[in-house]
Design a protein around this ligand. Structure first.
Ligand code: F6P
Length: 341
C-alpha cells in the first residue's frame, strides 16, 4: 500500500443489523487510515447520521481496546428517510460539506445498496465491508459475525439438548438468518440436530418432520432437536404440530437477538481486521465503489454493481450430507459421494 494519497478525510458507518466484529472492522479502518495520515470521522446511527451530521472524530485512542467488544460503537440504524431521493441527496450534500473524500460502510446488502445510491449522487466514493450474522451476501463466501453467531447459537442448543435429554422432550429452536438458512444449517449440523428446516429446501411436514421423528423414536431416541430458520416457517407452529402429531412433550425456543451479541470469535476479529485494512487501501488508491469480500481464505475486492448482482447459493451438498448422516440413509450418502468425485 502506498502512503502517498490525495485522500484527506474518510467517514465510517455501520448500518443494518449489528454483528460481532463490527468494532474490530472500525478499529482496523481507523488504525490503517491514521497511519496513512488520513483523518477519520465516525458517522453515528448509520445513514441517518449521514443525513443529520451525527459525527464523531475517531483517532487511535477512540478505538483502543474495541476489537473484542460486541455491538458497534457507532450505533446502527435502518433509515427510512435515507431511502427517499431527498434523504439520499441530503446525505450526499453532508459528505461534500464535511469534506469527506471516501466512506467505508459496514453492513449487509441493504447497506451496500445505500452506498450505491450515495455514489450515484456523486457525493463521495464508497467501499463496503460485508458484516451480518446471516452470511447471505452473494459476492462473499463469508460475512463478519457469522462464526460468532453460530457459536452462540450452538452453545444455546447444546444447553437445551441437556435438559431435553433429561425430560425426553423435543426441542424446536428458531434461529435467525432473515430469508436464508445458512445459519440454521451450520447450527443444525454442529449440534447433531434431528431435523433442519430452511427456506431453501422444500419439505413435506408429515414425511420430512413427523415421520422422521417417528423413525428416530423407533430407532431408540427419546429426545429430538429441530432447528428452524426464521425464514422457513414460525417455529412456534412447528412445535405445536409435532406435539399434536406425535404426543411428544415439545418445547419451543426462539434464540432471537442473543445471536447478534457477544464478544467476536477469532475468525470474525481476524477477517474484520483484514477487511478494514483492505477498505482503506482501496480508498487511498482512489478505487471507486468497491466491495471487500472473501473468496476462500483470500480477501478480494469487486465492483459494487457486480457485488450486488450476485446471489448466494445455499450449500445443498452439505444439507444432503447432514440428512444422510442423521437418518443413516445409505442411498443419499452414496449419491453425495458421487457428486463430489
Ligand atoms: O440481518 C440480521 C438479522 O439479525 C436477521 O437475522 C434478522 O431477521 C433481522 O436482522 C432482525 O432484525 P431486527 O434487529 O430489526 O429485529
Amino acid at each position: 500500500m502506498s502512503n502517498e494519497t490525495s485522500v484527506k478525510r474518510i467517514g465510517i458507518l455501520t448500518s443494518g443489523g449489528d454483528a460481532p466484529g463490527m468494532n474490530a472492522a472500525i478499529r482496523s479502518v481507523v488504525r490503517t487510515a491514521t497511519c496513512l495520515g488520513i483523518e477519520c470521522i465516525g458517522v453515528r446511527r448509520g445513514y441517518t447520521g449521514l443525513i443529520n451530521g451525527d459525527f464523531i472524530k475517531l483517532d487511535q485512542s477512540a478505538v483502543k481496546g474495541i476489537t473484542g467488544r460486541g455491538g458497534t460503537m457507532l450505533y446502527t440504524a435502518r433509515s427510512s428517510e435515507y431511502n427517499t431521493e431527498d434523504g439520499c441527496k441530503k446525505a450526499s450534500d453532508t459528505c461534500r460539506h464535511m469534506g469527506i473524500d471516501g466512506l467505508v460502510v459496514i453492513g449487509g446488502d441493504g447497506t451496500f445498496r445505500g452506498a450505491l445510491d450515495l455514489s450515484k449522487h456523486g457525493g463521495v466514493n464508497v467501499v463496503g465491508i460485508p458484516c451480518t450474522i446471516d452470511n447471505d451476501i452473494g459476492c462473499t463466501t463469508y460475512t463478519i459475525g457469522f462464526d460468532t453467531a453460530c457459536n452462540t447459537a450452538v452453545d444455546a442448543v447444546d444447553r437445551l439438548n441437556d435438559t431435553m435429554q433429561s425430560h425426553e422432550r423435543c426441542s424446536v429452536v428458531e434461529v435467525m438468518g432473515r430469508h436464508a438458512g445458512h445459519l440454521a444449517l451450520a447450527v443444525g449440523i454442529a449440534t447433531g440436530a434431528t431435523i433442519i428446516l430452511v427456506p431453501e429446501v422444500k419439505y413435506d411436514f408429515d414425511i420430512d418432520v413427523i415421520e422422521r421423528i417417528r423413525l428416530s423414536r423407533l430407532a431408540g431416541r427419546s429426545n429430538f432437536t429441530v432447528i428452524v430458520a426464521e425464514g422457513a416457517e414460525p417455529a412456534l407452529g412447528v412445535a405445536d404440530k409435532i406435539r399434536d402429531a406425535t404426543g411428544i412433550d415439545t418445547r419451543y425456543t426462539a434464540l432471537g437477538h442473543i445471536q447478534r451479541g457477544g464478544s467476536p470469535h477469532v475468525r470474525d476479529r481476524v477477517v474484520a481486521t483484514a477487511m478494514g485494512y483492505m477498505a482503506v487501501s482501496l480508498l487511498a488508491a482512489g478505487r471507486k465503489s468497491r466491495i471487500v469480500a472473501m473468496r476462500g481464505d483470500r480477501v478480494i475486492d469487486l465492483d459494487i454493481h457486480e457485488a450486488l448482482s450476485l446471489t448466494k447459493e445455499f450449500d445443498y451438498e452439505m444439507y444432503r450430507s447432514f440428512s444422510a448422516l442423521t437418518f443413516l440413509d445409505k442411498k443419499t450418502l452414496m449419491q453425495s459421494f458421487k457428486r463430489t468425485d
